[in-house]
Design a protein around this ligand. Structure first.
Ligand SMILES: *Cc1c(COP(=O)(O)O)cnc(C)c1O
Length: 356
């Protein structure tokens, strides 16, 4: 049966990327060795790393003030690594508290300095993005999560402030074009929209570094990674390669504007279908809805189990709210074809007719 992959992460990848990655496991570029058995300091891998870094900069339209790193540890490690490198005990960082991931970032930052909560949507279960921010003039950076994977909200603007911006873009990286030059640091776990689990993209503007007094362990120091071109220790070779394949795919499809068009088209179709069926409700404020993670509720909660069974019968994978919030969620990342969204909408309508 054909599967429709709505997984929240790790999640759907382009079929061509899967095929190329599979081929490279058997024989990388015809060299007679698997990608899994070549050294990270070989020219083969250094070329992969260099091209991946180059394509990130190309897609983000960034100049040489920025460095691109591929690191271990997932986005969760960045919750700690960011303040380790940027925040001192006597200094303050501003954080937007708009959901589970942002609040985890806040928890870690408090280990390193003062945290000022610039805005919080906790009063309404994080179902909206507050537009007013309070940012102390002396804040060393403002941190926010561009897309709240669990709660289904997304920032559709970049906050207007002179404070350096730091963003967790794990779940909407490369789904749209942004003015990336407005950010001082961007990070994203690869496994949602740009590759396989195991690698983390960090894009950093160099002028934000070197301003803390504490000693930083070598492996956590962005400057050490920059100095060694992300080869300070063995990088996750295969995961970096899958990211490269995905970056190439994004570019060959037409780049970020094409990704954004497709994303908007998928989201319009699904949200308008849900809006028109009285069986379902959408908890997120209309203007803050995520195009990546669509959260909805069946009004009669006792039907949820049956709905999920229907999904399974029809090969719809990953339709389930995050374990912390419940309800239902589908994730629609770059590689998801519109036909999968259409199939899901048909199921929503069918189910509504039977049980409405
Ligand atoms: C998934 C996710 C994370 C956690 O990523 P890990 O790679 O599992 O550490 C952090 N932030 C956001 C926005 C996410 O969606």
């Amino acid at each position: 049966m054909q599967k429709h992959n709505f997984n929240s992460g790790p999640s759907i990848l382009p079929q061509t990327v899967i095929e190329q990655a599979a081929a490279a496991i058997k024989d990388f570029n015809g060299i007679g060795l698997s990608i899994l058995e070549i050294g990270h300091r070989t020219k083969w891998f250094m070329d992969i790393m260099e091209e991946a870094r180059h394509l990130v900069k190309q897609l983000m339209n960034l100049d040489d003030n920025y460095e691109v790193l591929f690191l271990h540890g997932g986005a969760s490690t960045q919750f700690m690594q960011v303040p380790y490198n940027l925040l001192d005990q006597n200094k303050t960082a501003a954080y937007c508290n708009n959901g589970i991931w942002g609040s985890k970032g806040i928890k870690e930052a408090k280990l390193f300095g003062n945290v000022h909560v610039a805005s919080s949507s906790a009063d309404k279960n994080h179902s909206y993005i507050p537009k007013e921010l309070s940012i102390p003039g002396h804040a060393v950076y403002l941190h926010y999560t561009t897309n709240n994977t669990v709660e289904g909200t997304q920032w559709h603007h970049i906050p207007a402030t002179d404070t350096p911006l730091v963003s967790d873009m794990s779940s909407d990286i490369f789904s749209r074009d942004l003015d990336f030059k407005k950010f001082s640091l961007i990070y994203a776990g690869a496994q949602k929209n740009m590759g396989a689990a195991g690698v983390n993209l960090v894009v950093v503007k160099k002028d934000i570094l070197g301003k803390v007094n504490r000693p930083i362990p070598t492996i956590l120091d962005y400057r050490q990674h920059i100095a060694s071109d992300s080869l300070l220790n063995t990088p996750p070779v295969f995961a970096v390669y899958v990211s490269l394949l995905t970056l190439r795919w994004i570019i060959s499809e037409g780049g970020l504007n094409v990704m954004a068009q497709r994303s908007t088209e998928r989201a319009r179709l699904l949200y308008s279908t849900l809006e028109n069926l009285p069986l379902y409700t959408l908890p997120v404020a209309t203007e803050d809805r995520s195009e990546m993670n669509i959260v909805f509720i069946i009004k009669d909660a006792s039907l949820e189990k049956l709905f999920l069974q229907e999904c399974e019968t029809h090969g719809m994978v990953g339709v389930k709210g995050h374990r912390s919030v419940g309800g239902l969620r589908v994730s629609m990342y770059n590689a998801l074809p519109l036909s999968s969204v259409q199939a899901f909408c048909d199921l929503l309508k069918d189910f509504s007719e039977k049980h409405g």
